[in-house]
Design a protein around this ligand. Structure first.
Ligand SMILES: [Zn+2]
Ligand SMILES: [Zn+2]
Length: 354
């Protein structure tokens, strides 16, 4: 069962800003403005991304014109489990430690994470911890102050800003280094990734249901990977720009209805940057109905996931009222119950909606 604890693991971040005696806030101030450093392009990545996107468009055409029914029906679930390898695995389990997992669940999530090919969990989590700690500064690997495209995928097309490298080296990764499964994936990534992300999704449909090589490769390997990449990238780009900020109006991350609609998780990005240790990456009730949260809850039901961390309603409410932009459906300034200044009514109304 979720443990409603607000204590954090030493990984996270908001309290760091308040308690490090100004060290981190000084750093943030120094890093805040993009310093005009010209990024050195990595042409190999650019060429590979161009090839990937042209091949994926061809895959999309094949999906509707040449694929077998089995491939057609399994395509969306395949994208969903791919995305799960990032959202439940690299993000909520390893980067933020929002819950604990037994060995079988860790193996499943490491397999799905390799299926998603966004680098080994160890490096993904390091970059993501830097992203949370130095959001919207030059040390943020996907700094959205450099524009939508940079935050989306441009950061993968150029060498890292020196501040990203410097701060990345200072991030505590001892918990990941103590996890033999994470270190196994890191050590053998260049062998595991091509087999799991590209070879398996090509040959399995060919042998199990007679799909052609052309469709298997372009649809189940490339298009599946490409779409899952964009789902995750949208969290770094659009979810740092255009949407509501019900929990903290002073930070860039937003709650983005477009991503919330697809229900793969991580659409409540304003909430997530305020309360990154919550396994739901979203508030309670109807605000947390995404595939990733349901997956973690199902694993908790099986006993494979445990010590799920969450945030008390009271803390969420206080924060929304103190720093939110007023767009929270219950605790925003525009809420008709709250205009009556009747806290009891507000609380009841939230319970109804949950
Ligand atoms: Zn973010
Ligand atoms: Zn995060």
């Amino acid at each position: 069962m979720p443990s409603n604890s607000e204590d954090i693991t030493g990984v996270l971040y908001e309290t760091d800003v308040q308690t490090v005696g100004g060290g981190l806030s000084r750093d943030l101030g120094r890093l805040k403005a993009t310093d005009g450093t010209k990024m050195e392009l990595v042409w190999l990545n650019i060429v590979l991304f161009v090839i990937l996107h042209i091949s994926s468009l061809y895959g999309l055409w094949l999906l509707f014109t040449a694929s077998t029914w089995t491939t057609f029906l399994l395509f969306i679930p395949a994208v969903a489990v791919t995305t799960l390898g990032i959202s439940a695995g690299a993000h909520r389990l390893w980067a933020h430690r929002t819950f604990k997992a037994n060995t079988p669940l860790k193996l499943i999530l490491l397999f799905l994470n390799t299926f998603a090919f966004q680098d080994a969990v160890y490096y993904w989590a390091r970059d993501h911890r830097v992203h949370h700690k130095y959001t919207e500064t030059d040390a943020d690997p996907y700094n959205s102050n450099r524009g939508w495209f940079f935050a989306h995928m441009g950061w993968l097309c150029c060498r890292k800003h020196p501040a990203v490298v410097e701060k990345g080296k200072q991030i505590d990764l001892s918990d990941l280094e103590a996890d033999p499964l994470v270190m196994f994936q890191k050590k053998y990534y260049l062998l595991l990734m091509p087999v799991i992300c590209f070879f398996l999704p090509t040959v399995v449909p060919m042998f199990l249901w007679g799909e052609s090589f052309n469709v298997s490769w372009h649809v189940m390997a490339l298009l599946r990977w490409c779409i899952s990449l964009h789902f995750v990238w949208l969290v770094n780009s659009s979810a740092h720009m255009h949407g509501m900020r019900p929990y903290d109006k002073n930070i860039c991350p937003v709650n983005l209805s477009f991503l919330i609609f697809f229900r793969f998780g991580e659409g409540y990005h304003n909430y997530h940057h305020v309360f990154p240790w919550d396994y739901k990456s979203a508030e309670l009730g109807k605000y947390s109905q995404d595939v990733t949260t349901k997956f973690i809850e199902f694993m908790a039901y099986l006993g494979w996931a445990y010590d799920l961390k969450s945030v008390s309603l009271d803390l969420v409410k206080q924060r929304a009222q103190r720093t939110g932009d007023g767009s929270h459906p219950v605790w925003g300034w525009g809420d008709k119950d709250q205009l009556k200044e009747d806290v009891g009514v507000t609380t009841r109304s939230h319970q109804r909606s949950g």
